[in-house]
Design a protein around this ligand. Structure first.
Ligand code: AMP
Length: 307
């Protein structure tokens, strides 16, 4: 079993140190399954045995919140770092997606992660990812919101998550509410296919100005970064004005126009049912308000759950 040595800076010593510590960095399915078999049958003190945090890397404080929850709640924590070719469209950013692996591994080690699964696309899918068996989420969830603007995306997500579940066999899998439609689709898939694990949602982590953290925020130039928090303000405005009795459709349209005037190319801003994601005609609790908009080439998504 190959283990990478990870070098890191000790905040105490202020010098570079070399340590294998406990973290395992495993890049093949076979290696991962060997590590998985080495774990005990159950966690101690009734803790779930293995928490999984699936990511595409370029880890930020949002990912780290998922990881912290998993480390706290489970006996062992695994993080997958895999930029999944199946979930990118032909004109999307698969090739240029950031891949700062050494930094990510250091963050995982510091957070107390036990194992990182980091396969190459070839290791995970073989020579031609397009030929793999695919998992298709239900049409009613696929035909909405991001499913309209990113054809094939959620099929790619459901497929890779199913493969990760089969490889890692987690007890709990942690997903961010930042990607609300993705979370809903995975919860539904786990329920429909009787996948034996618990999906654990984690609240969205934001910058102090309200912008939801995302690996894609690094693409924003200074001007775009300054205007990006307006998305969150619009979500709050739809919530507040619709709950105070204004027509929800009218408020959505007003916020869409306001964002467009600020330079956003708005794809949708809609209040939806929290489980079916169908658009709602009247403000309700619970509801979820979702937005997707582009600033130049950078596509941003966000949402607000009103419980
Ligand atoms: P990604 O690397 O973009 O595939 O994201 C991996 C996981 O981190 C997904 O479950 C995301 O929903 C979650 N995530 C990404 N950004 C945030 C955030 N700002 N707050 C909470 N979770 C997040």
């Amino acid at each position: 079993m190959s283990e990478k040595l990870i070098s890191y800076s000790s905040p105490i010593m202020g010098i570079r140190m070399q340590s294998s510590l406990d973290i395992k960095v495993l890049s093949s399915v076979k290696q991962f399954k060997e590590w998985r078999r080495s774990l005990p049958a159950a966690g101690r003190d009734g803790k779930p045995l293995l928490g999984l945090v699936p990511t595409m890397g370029a880890l930020h404080a949002g990912h780290l919140q998922l990881i912290r929850n998993a480390v706290q709640e489970c006996a062992y924590t695994a993080v997958s770092i895999f930029v999944n070719p199946l979930q990118f469209g032909p004109n999307e950013d698969f090739a240029k997606y950031p891949r700062p692996l050494e930094k990510d591994l250091e963050l995982c080690r510091e957070a107390g992660v036990h194992a990182v699964f980091n396969p190459s696309p070839q290791e995970f899918y073989g020579d031609d990812p397009a030929k793999t068996t695919r998992v298709t989420p239900p049409l009613e969830l696929l035909a909405r919101l991001d499913g309209v603007y990113r054809p094939g995306h959620f099929e790619g997500v459901a497929t890779v998550v199913t493969k990760l579940f089969g490889t890692i066999e987690p007890t709990c899998a942690y997903f961010g509410q930042k990607d609300y439609q993705q979370l809903t689709i995975i919860q539904r898939m786990v329920q429909d296919l009787n996948v034996p694990l618990s999906v654990v949602p984690v609240a969205t982590v934001r910058e102090s100005d309200g912008l939801a953290l995302s690996s894609r925020n690094v693409y924003l130039d200074e001007r775009q970064r300054a205007v990006a928090p307006e998305l969150y303000k619009s979500l709050c405005a739809v919530r507040d004005r619709s709950l105070s009795g204004k027509s929800i459709r009218e408020v959505e349209l007003q916020e869409k126009s306001r964002l467009q005037a600020l330079g956003f190319d708005v794809q949708y801003i809609e209040a939806c049912d929290v489980s079916t994601l169908q658009q709602i005609a009247q403000a309700n609790k619970p509801m979820v308000i979702l937005v997707a908009a582009k600033l130049g080439d950078v596509r941003l998504i966000d949402n607000l759950i009103v419980a």
